[in-house]
Design a protein around this ligand. Structure first.
Ligand SMILES: [Zn+2]
Length: 284
C-alpha cells in the first residue's frame, strides 16, 4: 500500500498556532512523520501539525508532480466522489431541492466532477491552486477555474447553491478561515459537502504513523467530533455524516476487506468521512 501524495517538504519555515477547535495552547506529541510533527490538543483531542508550515510554503507544493498524481487518479477519484454523493442521495433527492444550480468545487483538480455537474445543467466553477490542473480543466472540459485559495477569492457573497470540497480541508492553513469562506459564498439554504480523512477511523488507529493520510501535506487530521465542533461554531446546520473504507486495498484479501468495509460503515470507524452541511436560511 502506498501513502497518498506527499511532496516531502523539509526546510520550510514554520509558524505557531493554538488549537483551532477550542483555542487551547496545551498539546502533547502525537505522531512524527518525516519532517512533520503532529500534536493532539490536551483539551479537545484535535490532531494537527505543530509547528505549522507557513501558507506560502503550502501553496508552493502543488506543481507538475501533483498534476501527474491527479491525472493518474482522475477516474478513481471521480468514482469515489460520486460514491460519496450517492451515499447522501445527492442525485436522487438533494439535487432537486437546490434552487440555485451553481456549484463551486474547491480543489477541483482536473475538473471531472464539475464536468459531470455541467452535463446535468449546472453552472460549474472550480478552485484549483495547481496551475497545470487548472489549465487541464479549462482546456478539456471548458470550465471556469480560479487559481486563488477560497479564503481570498474575489466572488460575491451568497453566490453558490452547492459547494463541494473533497480532500482539501486537511491541507489548508486554517480550517476556520476555509469554512468561513464557504459560509460566505453559499446562498442561505445552500448545501456543502466536505470530505476528509478520519483520524479516528480503524486504519488510523491500526497503522498510526504508517496510515496513508499521515503525511506532511496534511496540516490537520480531523475526527467526527473535532470537525463537527468547527462546523457548528461557523453556524452550519449538520444534515448528514457518513463514513466509509474499513481497510485499504492490498492489506488483506478481498473476502476479509468486504466485511470490514461494511462494519466500518455501520459502526462509524471508516477511513474517510463526509459531512453534508447547510447554511441556515436566517443567520443565527
Ligand atoms: Zn483543542
Amino acid at each position: 500500500m502506498t501513502k497518498t501524495f506527499s511532496t516531502r517538504p523539509s526546510n520550510e519555515p514554520k509558524r505557531h498556532i493554538d488549537c483551532y477547535v477550542c483555542g487551547s495552547a496545551e498539546r502533547r506529541m502525537f505522531w512524527q512523520i518525516e519532517s512533520a510533527s503532529y500534536v493532539k490538543c490536551k483539551k479537545c483531542g484535535f490532531v494537527y501539525q505543530y509547528p505549522q508550515p507557513v501558507p506560502d510554503a503550502l501553496a508552493g507544493r502543488y506543481d507538475d508532480s501533483y498534476f501527474e498524481y491527479e491525472i493518474e487518479n482522475e477516474s478513481n477519484f471521480f468514482d469515489l466522489m460520486l460514491k460519496g454523493l450517492n451515499d447522501i442521495r445527492f442525485f436522487d433527492e438533494l439535487e432537486s431541492l437546490i434552487k440555485v444550480k451553481r456549484i463551486l468545487d474547491i480543489g477541483c483538480a482536473t475538473g471531472k466532477l464539475l464536468s459531470f455537474f455541467k452535463s446535468r445543467g449546472w453552472d460549474a466553477y472550480g478552485i484549483e491552486i495547481c496551475h497545470q490542473s487548472a489549465e487541464y480543466a479549462r482546456k478539456n472540459y471548458g470550465l471556469e477555474i480560479l487559481e486563488t485559495p477560497v479564503e481570498s477569492v474575489d466572488i460575491e457573497n451568497e453566490y453558490f447553491g452547492f459547494i463541494h470540497s473533497s480532500h482539501v480541508i486537511e491541507h489548508v492553513p486554517s480550517p476556520v478561515a476555509f469554512l468561513s469562506a464557504i459560509y460566505r459564498l453559499l446562498v442561505p439554504g445552500g448545501y456543502a459537502v466536505i470530505v476528509t480523512p478520519n483520524v479516528e477511523g480503524f486504519q488510523a488507529l491500526l497503522l498510526r504513523e504508517k496510515w496513508r493520510s499521515a503525511i506532511p501535506d496534511h496540516t490537520f487530521l480531523f475526527s467526527k467530533h473535532t470537525l463537527l465542533s468547527i462546523l457548528e461554531k461557523q453556524g452550519f446546520e449538520i444534515v448528514a455524516w457518513k463514513t466509509w473504507g474499513g481497510i485499504a486495498k492490498g492489506i488483506v484479501p478481498t473476502f476479509i476487506k468486504k466485511p470490514f468495509d461494511i462494519m466500518a460503515k455501520l459502526l462509524g470507524f471508516g477511513d474517510v468521512m463526509l459531512f453534508l452541511i447547510r447554511k441556515p436560511t436566517v443567520d443565527l
